[in-house]
Design a protein around this ligand. Structure first.
Ligand SMILES: Nc1ncnc2c1ncn2[C@@H]1O[C@H](COP(=O)(O)OP(=O)(O)OP(=O)(O)O)[C@@H](O)[C@H]1O
Ligand SMILES: [Mg+2]
Length: 590
């Protein structure tokens, strides 16, 4: 497929979501036709009124005509309002379907994709672009379709009344239409730039807000404000340019319309003088000439929305065309359902998809079910990357990761999430009740179990101090400065352990928090680690070597390679081993 047909098919797939049902479409067509036809009937009534008045008709007769005119005007307005209501309902129904598909699709994309796109950008895509499309669909039906129909109707009627004036009106409409089509080409790129600048601004803003604590603590406020200034001024100028083009177009049409109206009025007066038409018909022609103005103005207005919507549809199509880089297995194999799971990494090599730099090479590690492994190494050596492969957030570029004897690439994703659990460096606390924070929004087990688990991890006193117990709403992100209901970094870690206990996995991956915790919390965490690893296979990434006193095996990672690997007791017993040297350097007893 060429890129052009590609774009057409993605646009079509987006538009398919918006298609209304057959009956709604029919109702819409009828109401658009009524909203267009009713106003067309008004000028003949005025013409009749003028001619009859000149001919000396009675007041009663004239009043009846006037009432007829009024009824027509009201009916026209009602038809227009109904069309507006129906169009927006159908457009929102359609775009909600689209939003659902998009949100689901975006949530299914891999970490690699989300690493490249900020949350703000995703929100702009799933919400901002979809809204632009919805607004355009409504406006398209109301202003563009109804406008074009009205123009056609006016031209036909004027033609039948006086072909010379009809001819003039036709030429005039074609000229204005042609001029607007040219102007549209000017407006296209500038509108797209405006929207892209907006998305960049929101992406930036989101990142700064999430990193508020770091920014404040490190005095990077000035830099952050300066970046905000740059992004907003880029947005301002992009919008200013597209706005200026829009205003220019509008001014141009005003002049063109004034000239056109004057000429039409002159022609009508001349035709009436020469006796070809009555005064009423001259008024009728004048009214029709005025009627073409409104649809043209609305069409111009729509040019900009059309650009935004088209750009939005293209970007939405782009997001929908984004494929997962972690392919789903053809025949998913479930991991063993109960008990600890063995883990093996065979000659694993890995590079993050976005930069392609080799982060891990030839990593070979194996754990029997129930065994525990401590991963140690300098910062940036690749420990967290190993953890991510074990959690299948990424696939290795070489070798294989097997859990419970199943290559993770062939494993059923649902059982992977159920049987492998992570306790990571940054714990996300959701703005929700304690219950939901523990079960991550799955149906909660009974409260006694929840309380017991919290007690076990050492959060019993914390729970007792909460105003509404398990119903207390926690909030914000630990460490982000967004205030929650009293969750410290240490408590967040303990909550993460409670989550893991409740999930009851067969393999636990722990990436120890490097933040400093008070000794009491540290001790509680160590106890929790011990208990969590009892009867489970575990991979423990530790910054404090003291936390590794009970693991079975140790792997020392350096520059993405395993530089030392063995049973902990053997490594400790060998004074020449790296691990033994690390222990004595850190002053940790063996
Ligand atoms: N999402 C990512 N995209 C690209 N490169 C990454 C990503 N995450 C980590 N890296 C790079 O991969 C290498 C290993 O990082 P990793 O986070 O695995 O180290 P680590 O041993 O866990 O470090 P730390 O002890 O500081 O947690 C580093 O060079 C890092 O810059
Ligand atoms: Mg790490």
């Amino acid at each position: 497929m060429t890129p052009a047909t590609d774009r057409v098919t993605t646009r079509r797939s987006v538009l398919l979501h918006l298609r209304p049902g057959r009956r709604s479409a029919l109702a819409l067509a009828v109401s658009v036709a009524a909203a267009t036809a009713l106003p067309l009937l008004a000028p003949p009534i005025t013409a009749r009124f003028v001619d009859d008045a000149i001919a000396g008709a009675g007041t009663r007769h004239l009043a009846l005509i006037a009432l007829g005119y009024l009824a027509l005007a009201v009916a026209g307005q009602v038809a227009r309002m109904f069309t507006g209501w129906l169009a927006s309902r159908l457009a929102w129904d359609g775009t909600n379907r689209l939003r659902e598909t998009l949100a689901e699709h975006a949530l299914g994309l891999d970490m690699a994709y989300h690493g490249r796109h900020t949350p703000g950008e995703m929100i702009e895509r799933v919400d901002g672009d979809v809204v632009a499309v919805a607004e355009f669909v409504v406006a398209f039906l109301l202003d563009v379709v109804a406008g074009v129909l009205l123009l056609a109707g006016v031209t036909v009627i004027v033609f039948t009344v006086d072909p010379r004036i009809g001819g003039f009106l036709l030429v005039y409409c074609v000229l204005i239409g042609f001029g607007m089509a040219r102007a549209q080409r000017l407006a296209v790129p500038s509108a797209a730039r405006g929207r892209a600048a907006g998305a960049a601004l929101f992406g930036d803003l989101e990142e700064r807000l999430a990193g508020m604590e770091d920014i404040r603590a490190n005095g990077a406020g000035e830099h952050a404000v300066h970046r905000l200034y740059q992004a907003s001024s880029a947005w301002y100028w992009a919008n200013y340019r597209s706005g200026r083009i829009g205003v220019g177009l509008l001014a141009g049409t005003w002049v063109a319309f004034a000239a056109g109206t004057a000429i039409a009025l002159g022609l009508a007066a001349w035709a009436q003088r020469s006796g070809a038409i009555t005064v009423g018909t001259a008024v009728l022609l004048f009214q029709y000439t005025l009627m073409v103005r409104a649809p043209f103005e609305r069409l111009i207005d729509q040019l900009r929305q059309y650009q935004a919507a088209l750009a939005g549809i293209t970007r939405i199509g782009g997001l929908l065309a984004e494929r997962r880089t972690l392919p789903a297995p053809a025949v998913p194999r479930p991991l063993p359902d109960t008990g600890p799971l063995g883990l093996s990494l065979d000659g694993v090599g890995f590079a993050y998809p976005d930069d392609g730099e080799q982060v891990l090479s030839h990593v070979t590690i194996s754990l029997a079910p129930g065994e525990t492994l401590g991963l140690v190494g300098r910062t940036g050596s690749g420990k967290t990357s190993i953890a991510r492969l074990v959690l299948r957030l990424y696939d290795p570029t070489e070798g294989a990761v097997r859990v419970g004897g199943v290559d993770l690439r062939d494993a059923d994703p649902v059982s992977v999430r159920r049987r492998i659990c992570a306790v990571t460096q940054d714990v996300q606390i959701f703005a929700a009740g304690v219950r939901d924070n523990l079960t991550l929004f799955r149906p909660p087990p009974d409260d006694r179990l929840l309380r017991a688990v919290l007690e076990d991890v050492g959060l019993g006193d914390w729970l007792a101090a909460l105003p509404d117990g398990l119903d207390t709403v926690l909030g914000g992100v630990a460490g982000s400065g967004v205030s929650g209901s009293g969750v410290s970094a240490g408590e967040a870690q303990l909550l993460a352990f409670a989550r893991a206990f409740l999930a009851d996995p067969g393999l636990v991956v722990m990436d120890e928090a490097s933040s400093r915790l008070d000794p009491a919390t540290e001790r509680r965490i160590e106890q929790s680690v011990d208990r969590l690893l009892t009867g489970r296979t575990g991979v423990l990434i530790a910054h404090r070597l003291s936390s590794l006193s009970r693991v079975d095996k140790i792997a020392v990672i350096d520059g993405g390679r395993v530089v030392e690997y063995g049973r902990r007791e053997d490594l400790v017993a060998d004074p020449g081993s790296r691990f033994a040297r690390m222990l004595s350097m850190a002053g940790v007893s063996r």
